[in-house]
Design a protein around this ligand. Structure first.
Ligand SMILES: Cc1ncc(COP(=O)(O)O)c(C=O)c1O
Length: 393
């Protein structure tokens, strides 16, 4: 069987239209196909390879950890230096109320756990989420994600979830004394990079304070420098009660986290004991990779480079076919006139060596989220090709 036949027959599909590049290796912002073709990766595996593919500092950290040990025990039992190091570094970069990390394996898992923690901490039944939100694909995270199309064949989902309008101060009245938690992406990703206003975010924090509902920021996509600050909540000067991370956290290896105050986190070990457990969460090799990645991203000079590069991308993509560009840092949605044009452009770019990608639900826009290490020259190289493709639409 050819590799493509094996891929088609023995790997479960997620859609009838996989990009289907047969990867040989990847380096920096480039992917190299087995067919000898080179691609500029303008999506970074959807916001994951933030410090570039095979970043030497990250690879070195992984190798060093592998030489010592990989999995030795389930989460929470042994003291492991790379896991300790990651928790210490992460919390040193966060406000003092977010001082305790629980490492898991993915974004959806971090959100599942955050919802559990909000319920455990408040004893309340209700979760508020927002229209057009996306929080993951397991049952709990799917329950707090908005897309009816994606949910309808998987019901029943978890009860007690209410969806309200994003960026609407009036809608916040739905948060009440029955609300355990409010889960929100501080910039909605899958909705096509929807950026809420400062007043809304301030009112959201205030309403949660008034009612005692725990404010959960899902920064799975916006975290780790993607928006030009280490965490997107920094743009708004407010602090969530629970922060969830994944994607760019691991520098290419799978790791997620939910982070809250030590007092709140203690609740997961008591009444019931083992209130949240995971075998692989906080894998030491993933933690070593994450720590090396965080050491790179958290440097002020690195963080300051992100917004100007985003701005350049935005400038280079100005074309009459573009209806709108929504952007913060290097997180971009480029809106075209319709879904068909988006499909044709993605296909053209793939053929000509640039990977751009769809949003799950916002089909008239395409996504750009390159490695944060991308250079201005690489941005221009990619945009030239995207621009040529737009001319043919
Ligand atoms: C905002 C947000 N939350 C959660 C998730 C789910 O993360 P994962 O795919 O690692 O489960 C995603 C994935 O795209 C996301 O964008």
């Amino acid at each position: 069987m050819t590799p493509e036949e094996i891929f088609r027959k023995h790997l479960a599909p997620t859609s009838p239209f996989p990009l289907g590049i047969h990867i040989d290796y990847a380096k920096g912002v480039y992917l190299y196909g087995k067919d000898g073709k080179q691609y500029i990766d303008m999506i970074a595996g959807i916001g994951v390879a933030s410090v570039g593919h095979q970043n030497p500092l990250v690879v070195d950290a992984i190798k060093k950890q592998l030489d010592k040990h990989s999995h030795v025990m389930v989460y929470g039992e042994y003291i492991q230096d790379s896991v300790n190091g990651l928790a210490e570094k992460l919390t040193s970069l966060l406000p003092s109320s977010l001082n305790t990390c629980y490492f898991v394996n993915s974004g959806t898992e971090a959100n599942e756990a955050a919802i559990k923690l909000a319920k455990r901490a408040t004893g309340r039944p209700k979760i508020i989420s927002f229209l057009k939100s996306y929080h993951g694909n397991t049952q709990g995270s799917m329950s707090v994600s908005a897309s009816e199309v994606k949910k309808q064949k998987f019901r029943p989902l978890i009860p007690g979830v209410e969806f309200i309008e994003f960026n609407s101060i009036e809608a916040l009245d739905a948060i009440d004394e029955q609300t355990a938690g409010v889960i929100i992406e501080p910039i909605q990703g899958d909705a096509g990079v929807r950026i809420p206003g400062q007043e809304f975010m301030t009112a959201l924090r205030k309403r949660c304070n008034q009612t005692g509902a725990k404010l959960i920021f899902d920064e799975v996509q916006t975290g780790m420098g993607r928006t030009g600050k280490l965490f997107a909540f920094e743009h708004y000067g407010i602090v969530p009660d629970i922060l969830t991370l994944a994607k760019g956290l691991g520098g290419g290896l799978p790791i997620g986290a939910f982070i809250a105050s030590n007092g709140m986190m203690q609740l997961l070990s008591d009444n019931p004991m083992l209130g949240h457990i995971t075998t692989f969460g906080g894998n030491p090799v993933c933690a070593a990779s994450a720590l090396a990645t965080l050491n790179i991203i958290s440097e002020p000079i690195f963080l300051e480079s992100i917004e100007p590069k985003g701005k350049l991308l935005e400038q280079e993509l100005q074309h009459p076919e573009v209806k709108a560009i929504r952007r913060k840092g290097l997180m971009l949605a480029v809106e075209l006139q319709n879904e068909d044009k988006v499909n044709r452009l993605i296909e053209y770019c793939l053929e000509h060596g640039v990977v751009i990608y769809w949003f799950l639900s916002t089909r008239n826009s395409f996504r750009i989220s390159p490695p944060l290490t991308i250079t201005k020259e690489e941005i221009k190289e990619a945009c030239d090709i995207i621009y040529q493709g737009m001319k043919l639409l």
